[in-house]
Design a protein around this ligand. Structure first.
Ligand SMILES: *[C@@H]1O[C@H](CO)[C@@H](O)[C@H](O)[C@H]1NC(C)=O
Ligand SMILES: *[C@@H]1O[C@H](CO)[C@@H](O)[C@H](O)[C@H]1NC(C)=O
Ligand SMILES: *[C@@H]1O[C@H](CO)[C@@H](O)[C@H](O)[C@H]1NC(C)=O
Length: 196
């Protein structure tokens, strides 16, 4: 894919002109960043993407890893744990452009309903977000149409981020989850005029 093409597609996710730069900074750069914190402005970034929870076949990315001795008899599969390294794409089609991975662990942690303890690292791989991450933590009641998880932190472009992720099944039967993320973070020296 041509570079201009990638940039155009990314603009539909983040209203920004992404620059291809490394997100990795050493301890001195991080120290400088913290020294500048009092004069940094807060920004809100919105991200929208699809996560593919694939449990079988050649593209399997989610694997059950443990159970409790009551999982099979519990109405909520209590104690079931699933680890995943799911693709994040800009469109519902798994073959559409990938912007990163959703790597995490979901564990059935409620006796009375199917409600998962959910921990995810979103690891971004495109444009100005390449190498930056968001840390997600929350409780995910699978039967709810819309679920809300907390963004508890971030790295790189998203250093010291906080925010909210709302997710829903793309269709009722599918393993595709639609994510909408609103995240509050600080302006980046690397990308000061990224936002319109
Ligand atoms: C589950 O394991 C515990 C001990 O680790 C045991 O006391 C309990 O009876 C077991 N429950 C079932 C349903 O097998
Ligand atoms: C993302 O960064 C890695 C290493 O920092 C680099 O190898 C890769 O080419 C970059 N990807 C894009 C799409 O810029
Ligand atoms: C969403 O999908 C999961 C499994 O992929 C399912 O268990 C859950 O019931 C679905 N939720 C809704 C509201 O349809």
């Amino acid at each position: 894919m041509k570079k201009e093409h990638v940039v155009l597609m990314l603009c539909t996710i983040v209203i920004a002109i992404p620059l291809v730069q490394s997100a990795f900074e050493g301890p001195n750069e991080v120290k400088e960043w913290f020294e500048e914190l009092p004069v940094k402005k807060q920004k809100v970034t919105r991200l929208h993407f699809y996560l593919h929870d694939v449990f079988s076949g050649p593209t399997q990315s989610a694997y059950p890893v443990f159970t409790s001795n009551i999982t099979s008899t519990s109405i909520s599969n209590f104690g079931l744990g699933v680890i995943f390294d799911d693709l994040l794409t800009v469109e519902p089609d798994i073959g559409s452009m990938t912007i990163g991975r959703g790597q995490g662990l979901a564990t059935s942690a409620a006796f009375e309903e199917t409600r998962f303890l959910q921990v995810i690292n979103f690891v971004f791989t495109q444009g100005k977000l390449n190498g930056s991450t968001l840390q997600v933590l929350g409780t995910n009641p699978l039967h709810n149409q819309v679920r809300e998880l907390s963004i508890v932190g971030g790295t790189g472009f998203f250093r010291l981020a906080r925010g909210t992720a709302t997710l829903s099944n793309y269709t009722t039967s599918s393993s595709i989850r639609q994510y909408d993320i609103l995240v509050l973070h600080y302006e980046s020296k690397r990308c000061q005029n990224c936002y319109i």
